[in-house]
Design a binder for this molecule. Sequence first.
Ligand code: FES
Length: 97
Amino acid sequence: MIAHKVIFLPSGKTIDVDDGTRLYDAAKSAGLPVASSCRGEFTCGKCVMQIVSGGENVSVQDEEERTLLVRERNDPTHRISCHTLVRGACTVTTTYW
Ligand code: FES
């Protein structure tokens, strides 16, 4: 299985995850809290993260994700972490870390 490095800012915590791991699960594996009221079921829109670098190394935002971002009044450039798959090295953050 191919592993990818994910760096979480501002802590700098770094973790290697399998290809296709959700950002949501990567953050939890790194011991970081993830805002959620749906426990990763892609309905609450609270698990938003910002891709600082490596945006080309995560799954492409689809219409469903855009709809949830808008519905929950999130920045449309941010990502719903339970719906975003790691496909390569990336660096991410969110407002509450
Ligand atoms: S945890 Fe609820 S949408 Fe991601």
